[in-house]
Write a protein of this length. Structure first.
Length: 279
């Protein structure tokens, strides 16, 4: 029998709720109302607006504010290669070796690499490599950047539910990251293949890509599909590749073995070095 907590999580996971919320955040409010909401949000989450490119008065909607860009230079990109850098601001929830037992969703709870990626060949190539997960809270910068130099060879999209990605949900919802709506970007890099998976969450259904006009959480999303490109898309280490329209979770996987220099639960910033290549 489902517990009240599980019933509540199931109710929150319906994508239509995120679409309704998305319409509200895209609404053009009277400027005094919008600025008041933004200032309250900034105060509540203690956001340092000196890091961002635009002042509060410049944002047109709440979504415009949620997806705000950083000022140039406030996130230095670690240049020591080969190493693995943070793809986003947030909390590092795990940094581990990828095994055939899957990936940690939370302590003692695992999920399938193959199911997450929808690409058995890639999952096999990544086995024995490195994986980390970063949780982007509402206060964080919400853009996702490439953790390496390389090329994007394909993008895979899955519509799905939109469960919360907090600790309660990760303990109670099996295969949560595989059930939620998500986009997986597949890469070739000098050190091997890799993937960056953007996972949606309750009220954070909308994700967009920075190199194409694709946007998730649409009413007529259709089924899972693969986006391929006439030529692989070159990306530089630290280059923006996607945007969460609020916050959520990014999962990074790479074929190479990296030694962690960060700690689980640590707050991280995009561009900082998290791991050094094992020799």
């Amino acid at each position: 029998m489902a517990t009240p907590t599980k019933v509540a999580l199931d109710a929150l996971s319906w994508p239509v709720l995120s679409r309704i919320y998305g319409r509200l955040t895209h609404a053009r409010l009277p400027k005094p109302v919008l600025q008041s909401l933004i200032r309250r949000y900034i105060a509540h989450y203690e956001i340092d607006m000196s890091e961002y490119a635009r002042p509060v008065s410049d944002y047109k909607t709440m979504d415009d504010f949620f997806t705000r860009a950083l000022r140039e230079g406030v996130r230095p990109i670690d240049t020591e290669e080969p190493s693995l850098i943070a793809c986003a601001d947030g909390r590092l929830s795990c940094f581990e070796t990828i095994t055939d037992q899957g990936l940690f969703q939370v302590k003692d709870v695992r999920y399938s690499t193959n199911t997450l990626l929808g690409n058995e060949e890639l999952a096999q190539q990544l086995n024995g490599g490195t994986h980390y997960t970063v949780y982007l809270a509402p206060k964080n910068y919400h853009r996702v950047h490439s953790p390496w130099n390389g090329t994007i060879t394909a993008a895979r999209y899955w519509p799905g539910r939109l469960y919360p990605v907090n600790d309660t949900a990760r303990y109670r919802v099996p295969d949560l990251f595989c059930r939620n709506e998500r986009i997986s970007l597949e890469f070739n890099t000098p050190q091997g293949v890799g993937a960056v998976v953007m996972v949606g969450a309750s009220f954070v259904g909308q994700m967009s890509l920075s190199f194409t006009d694709f946007v998730t959480n649409q009413k007529k999303a259709g089924g899972p599909h693969i986006m391929t490109f006439a030529k692989p898309i070159p990306v530089a280490r630290g280059q923006e590749v996607g945007i969460f329209h609020m916050g959520s979770t990014a999962v990074v996987l790479h074929q190479a073995s990296f030694q962690s220099i960060a700690s689980d639960g640590q707050d991280i910033r995009m561009g900082e070095r998290l791991g050094a290549l094992e020799q």
